[in-house]
Ligand binder design. Structure first.
Ligand code: ATP
Ligand code: MG
Length: 247
């Protein structure tokens, strides 16, 4: 099955309920190769749930998510293979505390991609080099600052050679002076052509790096536009209110 080969992810009528609480009420979205889709919205509007559905950390209640032309809710697909296409970075780093930075990075490639330790380590070191952390390869996460931990979490996801990177408020847990270094890594990633879906409150990043910005309100995307239009000419009343609080 093929779709427009430019569309990497197509979401149609995505719904997700937890018990009687319908959190996603029908999300429609298209993510093209190289897109940086920035997702904003109030707390509890369903942003994290949306991201988690994309890599099947949550099972959708209804709707379709087509990735590379394949419906990922099809019971016959290999979920692990799908997950490997989607790198995920969380607010809380999620590094293994008892493993060095290098061990954290090679675990996935060795276990899941069946790479040799040597090859995985070589690739990991190249990635660490790119984010200025090669000299911390043998440190444990507890020896790193928040910003450094998050940069490691990003390159750890990149080690798996994902097609898409999902970021859930990657800078929200950081001290203000460390936000910049993480955003810088993300900017470079975007520039290199990585397809990204980013939940963030960093409106500067959304404006500068986003190719489209979407506003989620109570489980529905109520507005989506390129950043310039999104921020200068918002149409939805709830978005106008949201933006007036942010700026
Ligand atoms: N595993 C779960 N079980 C039950 N309810 C959940 C679960 N995950 C999320 N919810 C509920 O879904 C709603 C949306 O949560 P979600 O985390 O997606 O919001 P969000 O937009 O990411 O919010 P925030 O900006 O605070 O991170 C909330 O009401 C939340 O309580
Ligand atoms: Mg969230």
């Amino acid at each position: 099955m093929t779709t427009n080969n430019d569309v990497l992810i197509k979401v149609e009528g995505l719904k997700k309920s937890f018990g009687s609480n319908e959190v996603l009420k029908g999300i429609d979205a298209e993510i093209h190769k190289g897109d940086v889709m920035v997702v904003i919205g109030a707390s509890g509007s369903g942003k994290s749930t949306f991201l988690r559905c994309l890599n099947l950390l949550e099972e959708p209640t209804d709707g379709k998510i087509i990735v590379d032309g394949v419906d990922i809710n099809d019971k016959n697909i290999d979920i692990n293979l799908h997950r490997r296409k989607m790198g995920m970075v969380f607010q809380q780093f999620n590094l293994f505390p008892h493993m060095t930075v290098l061990k954290n990075m090679i675990l996935g490639p060795v276990k899941l991609l069946k790479k040799s330790k040597e090859e995985a380590a070589k690739e990991a070191m190249e990635l660490l080099e790119r984010v200025g952390l090669a000299d911390r390869a043998n440190d444990y996460p507890s020896q790193l600052s928040g910003g450094q931990k998050q940069r490691v979490a990003i390159v750890r996801a990149l080690c798996m050679n994902p097609e898409v990177m999902l970021f859930d408020e990657p800078t929200s847990a950081l001290d203000p002076e460390m936000v910049g270094e993480v955003l810088e890594v993300m900017k470079r990633l975007a520039k290199d052509g990585m397809t990204m879906v980013v939940v963030t409150h960093e409106m500067g990043f959304a404006r500068e790096v986003g190719t489209k910005v979407v506003f989620v309100d109570k489980g529905v995307i109520v507005e989506q536009a390129p950043p310039q239009e999104f921020f200068t000419n918002p149409k939805n009343e709830r978005l106008k209110e949201f933006l007036s609080k942010v700026f």
